[in-house]
Design a protein around this ligand. Structure first.
Ligand SMILES: Cc1cc2nc3c(=O)[nH]c(=O)nc-3n(C[C@H](O)[C@H](O)[C@H](O)COP(=O)(O)OP(=O)(O)OC[C@H]3O[C@@H](n4cnc5c(N)ncnc54)[C@H](O)[C@@H]3O)c2cc1C
Length: 458
């Protein structure tokens, strides 16, 4: 039996490793193709490497091809899979170092090609200094550009979490940074009232934030980007970072005849088998940023390109194709990020998402502190809860605060996952001591206020 893996990062190599755990090299040959220079790297760590918090690029690499080889997993770096033939059960891979093409037969295939940055027409210029951030190769290219000459002005386009993390990275490298966002505030993954808090905080960090601003083009000269043109003026730039979101990298899979879901991602069943028009496609698995999943609260299909899901989905695919049994049950939209000292977290549904799903709901927002007010280092945080009218089921939560605020989202995520009501949450036995929280933890204060709102809605 032979397994071929397309894409050798989080999802692909989790699948390969789990399959190897269950089936030894005599039983299963494993061959992985990766078009980049690295395997099993943390794309999530790229902004922290660029910003200097992580000193060494290699620290972002969890396992090298040599380590995989020891486990009997054969990785071909700089090999791009250019075609998949499901009838002949083979892939074609091009050696990007100029070594021609090879054909590799397979019995089982894991498609884990990740996502690609959204790149509008105006960004497809033939000039140096314009970067998407998706792979460690992208991060390396940015580092080389920043090191090759004095760069002073950075423009980050897109105020999602990758945009704000990259804006912070550029500030830490001493650049003047402008963040351009077409909406009224950055971080559109939280509600506008919470996004406003993020915007106000970011503005205080030395990042110029231009909201309600549309980019219309890039100015270039001598093969280099020079400025970003917007409907509100021109912004000089030595480096432009695109943070406009990502889409599933599924062109190759679609060419092979695998149908895509409404989000553009591959559809899978709970075991991560790719689903075609007639049900699961035999021996074809997919995981990570290239698949669509389901939101457990709204019931809607969703593209949720996060490392936490990619690792879990890859693991599930690998267990199943190795002869075990595991399922990926969907997501609830939990995510966390920081920009300088500001932490932002969310889980469940935002107001807009709850509305689109058809829920009637109430919201409540509370201000509290991370520690007892008298204890040194206490900092403010805002928690917003969204609960279903009448039943009081917690539908969503968002947190904006300083140190130790964001990880409180995890207890709220557990409550949503287990369909708790805000009233049930008010009695939760959460820990307390002055260095860790006020006597009423901010989560409990938020649950109490939301309970009042739910009662008022009955
Ligand atoms: C800057 C940044 C910060 C992030 N921060 C977080 C975070 O804090 N938390 C979080 O949960 N997630 C975060 N993510 C998202 C997370 O990194 C991704 O969800 C995760 O890497 C997806 O894993 P994957 O294996 O599906 O895809 P990828 O990591 O994209 O790997 C896919 C691999 O496939 C290769 N490939 C593609 N096409 C081919 C082909 N035809 N042939 C051969 N190889 C191919 C690519 O080169 C790539 O290495 C971040 C991402 C970025 C870019």
């Amino acid at each position: 039996m032979k397994l071929v893996v397309v894409g050798a990062d989080a999802a692909g190599m989790s699948a390969a490793s789990q399959a190897r755990k269950r089936r030894g090299p005599d039983e299963l040959e494993i061959v992985a193709f990766e078009r980049g220079h690295f395997t099993s790297y943390s794309a999530c760590g790229i902004p922290y490497w660029i910003g200097g918090a992580v000193k060494d690029r290699d620290a972002l690499i969890a396992r090298t091809p040599a380590e995989f080889a020891q486990a009997g997993i054969d990785v071909h770096l700089r090999h791009e899979v250019t075609a998949i033939d499901l009838d002949r059960r083979e892939v074609v891979a091009r050696d990007l170092t100029g070594g021609g093409e090879r054909r590799e037969g397979f019995d089982e295939l894991v498609y884990a090609a990740g996502a690609v940055p959204v790149t509008p027409e105006w960004a497809r210029v033939d000039a140096a200094g314009v970067f998407g951030v998706q792979t460690l190769d992208d991060g390396t290219a940015i580092m080389e550009w920043l090191s090759s000459a004095e760069r002073r002005k950075a423009v980050v386009i897109g105020g999602g979490y990758i945009g704000v993390e990259m804006a912070e990275a550029m500030v830490r490298r001493g650049l003047d940074v402008t963040l351009v966002e077409k909406s009224a505030q950055p971080m559109s993954t939280v509600d506008p009232d919470m996004g406003r808090r993020v915007r106000d905080a970011i503005c205080g960090l030395g990042i110029e934030v231009r909201t309600d601003t549309h980019v219309t083009g890039l100015e270039t000269a001598d093969g280099r980007v020079r400025a970003v043109v917007t409907d509100d003026g021109t912004l000089p730039a030595d480096i432009v970072v695109l943070g406009l979101g990502v889409r599933p990298n599924t062109a190759l899979a679609a060419e092979a005849g695998l149908p895509l879901g409404p989000t553009g991602g591959l559809r899978t069943d709970l075991r991560m088998r790719v689903v075609g028009p007639d049900g699961p496609v035999p021996g074809v698995w997919a995981a990570g940023d290239c698949v669509q999943t389901v939101h457990r609260i709204s019931g809607r299909p969703l593209h949720a390109p996060l490392g936490t899901h990619a690792n879990k989905q890859g693991r599930v695919a690998g267990i199943n194709l190795g002869g075990g049994y595991a399922t990926f049950p969907g997501v609830i939209g939990t995510a966390v990020t920081k920009v300088c000292e500001l932490e932002v977290a969310r889980t469940g549904l935002t107001e807009k998402e709850a509305d689109q799903a058809g829920f009637a709901f109430v919201t409540s927002t509370v201000e509290s502190t991370s520690r007892a007010g008298y204890y040194p280092g206490a900092s403010e945080m805002t928690i917003k809860l969204i609960a279903e009218r009448r039943t009081g089921m917690l539908l969503g939560a968002q947190i904006v605060g300083r140190e130790e605020a964001a990880k409180r989202i995890d207890s709220l995520a557990i409550a949503i996952w287990n369909r708790m009501t805000v009233e049930e949450m008010t009695a939760l036995d959460l820990s307390y001591a002055p260095p860790f929280s006020p006597v009423w933890d901010p989560v409990l204060i938020a649950a109490r206020k939301a309970t009042d709102e739910v009662h008022a809605s009955r």
